[in-house]
Design a protein around this ligand. Structure first.
Ligand code: 2P0
Length: 328
């Protein structure tokens, strides 16, 4: 079947894990060792156009208008889509990230979610309704956190037979936000992928991290259902600190923190002592992301800004969606 001219664009939001994913059950298949629970953010994300074209001899990929070396992950996703759809055409992929480079939020999750959705649609695969198991699995192979960006709001991702399942949790609106406190410049030293393998191979805390993880998912989901920000924040900080303890106990230590990380954490703790329900999380990098009620955002920003290089405030974002406008 010819697929020349099959072109679709999708947009997906960045997500922040409240209960973290760290570690793989299978590196070969990029299967997470643990579930995770996230919040999709508005305003930050990736828009991707996929164009299948019989005239192309190879896949091609541009990011923010710059041609990228084709690492294996983008063509691997396209290969899966070609197999599922029974097509052979190569694809031109054009992506734009609406994430400020310096914010430390550049995201493979929104990237693979947008790529997967656009590629499925361009190949004529089913994309209506909630994300199909095939789409979830396809984007998960590209990036373990990507299925979370297919859905909006709070999203729980669990392992299931052979793969993962992503579901929205707590569907009623809840006016919370994430304030990102940027505390350092420059890219991180160790990618998440390499860091996860290093923790699994060397950290004596890794088994405890995996074994105690499911309880945090359940506690976070119950806190969201009860709209209990303090309970959610408490288990979110616990998950973050446990993940970083696992990283720090790796050999040699995996330390993503910078001096500014502690200054931002101190500011969050001071806010709580002053009665503001503000809670911190960090990923595989030094920046601190603070969960709070939207009505407290100005106060939280005012406390963080003297302690960091700048802040960025994001509300609750929507599910990934197909759009008309194409990335040029
Ligand atoms: C998370 N991270 O849950 C955690 C917290 C980093 C620290 O998901 O190897 O870039 O592509 O599956 O998706 C990083 O995950 O890793 C990540 P791969 P990915 O947000």
């Amino acid at each position: 079947m010819s697929h020349s001219g099959a072109i679709r664009t999708a947009r997906a939001g960045v997500n922040i894990a409240l209960v973290k994913y760290w570690g793989k059950a299978s590196a070969l298949d990029n299967l997470p060792a643990v579930g995770s629970l996230s919040l999709t953010l508005d305003g930050l994300g990736t828009t991707t156009t996929v164009e299948f074209d019989d005239a192309l001899s190879t896949d091609a990929f541009t990011l923010d208008g710059v041609a990228q070396p084709l690492d294996t992950r983008v063509p691997a996703l396209l290969d899966e889509v070609r197999v599922l759809a029974g097509i052979r055409a190569r694809a031109a992929v054009r992506s734009i990230n609406s994430v400020p480079t310096a914010a430390g939020l550049a995201s493979s999750a929104s990237g693979f979610a947008a790529l997967g959705l656009a590629a499925f649609a361009a190949a004529g695969l089913e994309v209506s309704g909630p994300p199909s198991a095939a789409l979830v699995d396809c984007v998960r192979r590209g990036s373990g956190s990507a299925p979370r960006s297919l859905l909006g709001g709070f999203v729980r991702l669990d392992r299931d037979s052979g793969g993962v399942r992503a579901v929205s949790t707590g569907s009623a609106p809840w006016s919370v936000c994430i304030i990102v406190a940027r505390v350092a410049f420059g890219p991180k030293d160790v990618s998440s992928r390499d860091g996860m393998a290093h923790s699994r191979d060397t950290s004596p805390f890794y088994a405890a991290w995996v074994d105690t993880h499911a309880a945090d998912l359940d506690a976070a989901e119950a806190a969201i259902a009860a709209r209990d920000l303090s309970a959610l924040g408490e288990v979110m900080e616990f998950s973050t600190m446990k993940m970083h303890a696992c990283m720090l106990a790796s050999r040699p230590a995996l330390r993503y923190w910078a001096p500014g990380t502690l200054a931002a954490l101190d500011a969050v703790h001071a806010l709580r002592r002053a009665g503001v329900s503000a809670w911190a999380t960090m990923d595989a990098g030094p920046h601190v992301k603070v969960l709070c009620a939207t009505e407290d955002a100005a106060r939280v920003r005012a406390a963080l800004e003297p302690a960091c290089l700048g802040t960025l405030t994001c509300g609750v974002g929507a599910a990934a969606q197909l759009i008309e406008e194409r990335v040029p």
